[in-house]
Design a protein around this ligand. Sequence first.
Ligand SMILES: NC(=O)N[C@@H](CC(=O)O)C(=O)O
Ligand SMILES: [Zn+2]
Ligand SMILES: [Zn+2]
Length: 377
Amino acid sequence: MIKTLVSPCSGFGSQKLKFDRSCKKVKLRAVRMELTITQPDDWHLHLREGDLLQAVAPHSASNFKRAIVMPNLKPPVTSTAAAVVYRKFIMKALPSGSSFDPLMTLYLTDKTQPDEIKRARESGVVYAVKLYPAGATTNSQDGVTDLFGKCLPVLEEMVKQNMPLLVHGEVTDPSIDVFDREKIFIDTVLQPLIQRLPQLKIVMEHITTMDAVKFVESCKEGFVGATVTPQHLLLNRNALFQGGLQPHNYCLPVLKREIHREAIVKAVTSGSKKFFLGTDSAPHERSRKESSCGCAGIYSAPVALSLYAKVFDEAGALDKLEAFTSFNGPDFYGLPRNSSKVTLKKSPWKVPDVFNFSFGEIVPMFAGETLQWQPLK
Ligand SMILES: NC(=O)N[C@@H](CC(=O)O)C(=O)O
Ligand SMILES: [Zn+2]
Ligand SMILES: [Zn+2]
């Protein structure tokens, strides 16, 4: 008779050892069945507003302790006063007893004034400022048209206030191939920016290319970091066309070639402190995704932890997962690491095909597929 015992294993989690009747160890299974880690934060999240906010907030709150909340609402969150109001709506949308802490951001425009950055810092609820090049992505039409021409005084104030700049890193010139827009943004905006303001803290959001990996790796630790989504770790651009057009795999920056995906996996599993979890969970109603002009954004909040665990497990790097999900982000932002823990269990579960709400449906990433890891509730 083989019994399965669970014994603690060095550093994290547990693993199962098998014993025969005489209690001799017969097999050491390398498979880790449970993994307990410091509770993760999500350093790039879209919580939306209204019905959509009510629908999705519980998913993030049940998996993450904190999240950097994106300001690309309609109209965008351009002032500290608006961020304070938005935060109250988020708090109301949380399940009772939730200790989820939304960290607010401001949407940078050509008109943002340095005083707004001071107010943001004094508020204690705004943690970063988001740069959307005008026209680059969902609700970015009020974004920046000329960073160096219009925003330098604000950026200088951000250095003074130690306020990070979060960047959607794509150029918007329609003549530039959509797959090259991140690389060209690095060359034409980010490189000059770090030359000009080397003390500015920058997060390159949702990186998608080996060029972004190389750029972030070349920068000074603590000044430039990057968030990484589950989709850019698990999918390449073939996923957009597998058996037909796949709108639920469409996000911006768009998925890239396999060599880029591999470079990003290598970066996050290397143990580098510069890369951290940011789901970019970006819900859109099903009818707006499955449309003749579908919205960009993948809804990953309910599956994100399972997907990140899958990536690290498949790379043989589960020992590096916790730093990516729970240490590198707060360390970069200068915030304390969480004291709470979560346990992930390796046991197959099926991702729902769809989430139904009174106003419509939202299709999650990996809908209907079976995943191995799941957070224990
Ligand atoms: N990532 C996306 O494809 N979409 C995001 C915007 C963004 O993060 O660029 C959204 O708000 O829907
Ligand atoms: Zn973006
Ligand atoms: Zn986003």
